[in-house]
Design a protein around this ligand. Structure first.
Ligand code: GTQ
Ligand code: FE2
Length: 335
């Protein structure tokens, strides 16, 4: 009597088991790097103007235009660059955006206008050109604008990472039990911090990093191996990044000197603060000027050149990758 053997492949498939030796995707090489994209201020500013006509923050939570990658392979992939979502948010004089909080870390970087204030856990953070204001995860935040002209700022959030991890939590106000904070002035003398600490300890006690402070620090910063000067925004209590999942820094270029090409597996979003120049990203060449925002997707060789002295504000997932033990950073040897 002949015994027929059942097809093991059919049995594995029915049991939701996949033989690795027969899985075509198991050892597929990674796809080529995603192309970079630039949002030029000249174009986006005119489109921000349309948002003033369209919406008031009373009607929507926030008047925000998100920057979506035109090179996304799938809808899950359309955020600005890797785990970094950038957007432009605007307020007219007299407007407010009501309080809420969420697990996503967020930051604001002011690009235009004056007189707006972000309240972070109730602490007033004035926003002037080039200032960085943090709204770390689960800190209550709201915006107010008592100035005379519209304000536009860059929002950056780690939304894509939270989407991926399934950790998105959002709570509308009103604020229940306002958290305790410490004045930024308690940390204004660098290298000296209070011994007694009030409030939460899992994020930087400083929420506002004025532009002038970053410029001053850059003036005295040594060059990185690629030739650019860089400073990082940190939590003064532990010397670590200002926010756990978004690395923030400012880069300064000397007139006319291109940086040595660098390559990393981190994803970066760059906003030009001052100066004109160009950035080579793989085989793309991106010319830029003040308030332009462009992406540096992972795995490209990248080199910057400023026509005159130039400064870029940069947000990335580099520190996240570093702490996970998977960050790679290369600098091409000088010839
Ligand atoms: O200002 O709180 O761009 O909650 C996206 C989500 C801004 C904000 C964004 C937000 C905010
Ligand atoms: Fe928010």
């Amino acid at each position: 009597m002949s015994q027929s053997h059942p097809d093991p492949y059919a049995l594995w498939e029915a049991a939701h088991l996949a033989p690795l030796w027969n899985s075509p995707n198991a050892h597929k090489p990674p796809p080529p790097p995603v192309a970079a994209h630039v949002w030029r201020w000249k174009e986006t500013r005119a489109l921000v103007e349309l948002a003033f006509r369209e919406t008031s923050p009373a009607a929507v939570q926030r008047r925000v235009l998100q920057m979506l990658s035109p090179h996304a392979a799938s809808p899950a992939d359309e955020y600005t660059c890797g785990s970094v979502l950038a957007a432009l948010q605007c307020l007219l004089p007299g407007e407010t955006a009501r309080p809420h909080r969420h697990t996503m870390n967020a930051l604001r970087f002011l690009l235009e206008g004056s007189g707006a204030v972000t309240l972070v856990d109730g602490k007033e953070c004035p926003m002037e050109f080039g200032d960085l204001v943090l709204t770390p995860g689960m800190c209550w935040h709201e915006h107010r604008h008592d100035g005379k002209e519209p304000v536009v700022w860059l929002d950056v959030l780690d939304v894509p990472l939270h989407q991926h991890m399934g950790t998105v939590v959002f709570q509308p106000g009103p604020i229940v039990e306002p958290p305790v904070t410490m004045p930024d002035a308690a940390f204004a003398s660098s290298g000296i911090v209070p011994v007694a600490l009030d409030g939460r300890r899992d994020h930087s006690p400083v929420f506002r990093y004025p532009y002038a402070d970053a410029v001053r620090a850059l003036q005295h910063a040594p060059r990185s191996p690629d030739g650019a000067r860089r400073v990082r925004y940190i939590n003064p209590l532990n010397g670590q990044g200002a926010m756990a999942l978004l690395d923030t820094s400012m880069l300064q270029l000397d007139a006319g000197v291109p940086t040595l090409p660098t390559r990393t597996n981190a994803n970066l979003v760059c906003t030009v603060v001052e100066g004109h120049g160009e950035t080579r990203v793989g085989d793309q060449l991106i010319a830029w000027g003040p308030r332009d925002t462009f992406t540096l997707p992972q795995h490209h060789w990248v080199s910057h050149r400023g026509e005159a002295e130039a400064r870029l504000f940069i947000v990335s997932d580099a520190d996240l990758l570093r702490r996970l033990g998977v960050l790679s950073e290369e600098v091409q040897a000088a010839v």
